[in-house]
Design a protein around this ligand. Structure first.
Ligand code: FAD
Length: 281
């Protein structure tokens, strides 16, 4: 008979979408999991800031293996969202078209099923779980001897009050995109700056993004945006996410750069498989 819980504690550093998805999948497999998160509001996380495109077709990936993983993850999304339950703004991807999801809805639903402890972890040596999983996004390599990752700052804009269904697909031109959530909110992105952990707002970048969005989707012309925000994407030097075993007690899952929302279900499954393999469960 499957035990209610295995008597091992899995510690996860980082309560963004990657950490919470891993926690959810591990709990589903009967592990006792605790997630440490330093930011109670999560507004500093890349996940809170993300646009939420499930863009296995529209984005580029470092190689064919990651392209295949992206396609697998996109295909996992509909059943994943159903299993999470709750009220999630979601436009499912199809085998040929990208979809989108509101990452803040995912964070809220995942929070409900997670044992979250709000505290900053200074170093991996401070943890003594049987398995430790590093999911600290752009901050991950500060935790110990781990592959380097750096923040890439990006802004998004949002317009409310536009009739639902006005825009049925994701419009793109290079790194500019515009799409509409199911609830009507129109989202436009994005920008890229490698300037460290800087969270100040620069109106020049916002105005440039607004102009690009209005050119891409002219109905935005003459409308002021209702909200703007920024986030720090976790990027490695070669663009490859770090999803690997570091040593017998530690797994890393970070560096998903522009595609962490898309890759969350695939990453969670990989991490949970790896934990089970290591522990022989
Ligand atoms: C503007 C923008 C648009 C984007 N659009 C998309 C998109 O459309 N589709 C897509 O797939 N991806 C998109 N992304 C990328 C996506 O958001 C990220 O790849 C993904 O959210 C990374 O998730 P994560 O959990 O690894 O990191 P994060 O969400 O950053 O979470 C890491 C968490 O770890 C916590 N933490 C860090 N250090 C510590 C510590 N020492 N102790 C405790 N807690 C710690 C942080 O507070 C944070 O909450 C976008 C990102 C941005 C910024």
């Amino acid at each position: 008979m499957k035990p209610l819980f295995y008597c091992v504690v899995i510690e996860i550093v980082g309560g963004g979408l990657i950490g919470l998805s891993c926690a959810w999948e591990l709990r589903r497999r009967s592990f006792d999991v605790v997630v440490y998160e330093m930011d109670r509001e999560r507004t500093g996380s890349s996940s809170w800031a993300g646009a939420g495109m499930i863009a296995a077709h529209g984005e580029t990936f470092p190689d064919d293996t990651w392209q295949q993983r992206a396609l697998q993850s996109a295909a996992m999304y509909p059943s994943w969202v159903t299993a999470l339950g709750g009220n999630i703004d979601f436009c499912p991807p199809t085998p040929t078209e990208d979809g989108h999801v509101d990452p803040r809805d995912l964070l809220r639903e995942l929070d409900k099923t997670t044992k979250l402890e709000f505290r900053k972890i200074d170093h991996l040596d401070d943890l003594n779980g049987e398995q430790v999983i590093v999911c600290a996004g752009a901050w991950s390599s500060q935790l110990g001897d781990l592959p380097a990752v750096e923040p890439v700052k990006g802004y998004l804009l949002a317009w409310d009050g536009i009739a639902r269904g006005s825009l049925s697909s994701i419009l793109r031109d290079g790194h500019t995109y515009v799409f509409q959530r199911q609830n009507g909110r129109v989202i436009a992105g994005s920008t890229e700056q490698r300037i460290g952990f800087d969270r100040s707002t620069d109106p020049t970048w916002i105005s440039d993004l607004q102009q690009r969005a209005q050119t891409l989707w002219p109905p935005l012309k003459g409308l002021s945006f209702d909200d703007s925000w920024l986030g720090l994407r976790p990027a490695t030097a070669d663009g490859f996410p770090v999803v690997q075993r570091i040593h017998s007690r530690c797994i890393a899952a970070y560096g998903h750069y522009r595609n962490g929302i898309l890759l969350a279900p695939w990453t969670a499954r990989w991490v949970a498989d790896e934990v089970q393999r290591q522990l022989g469960k």
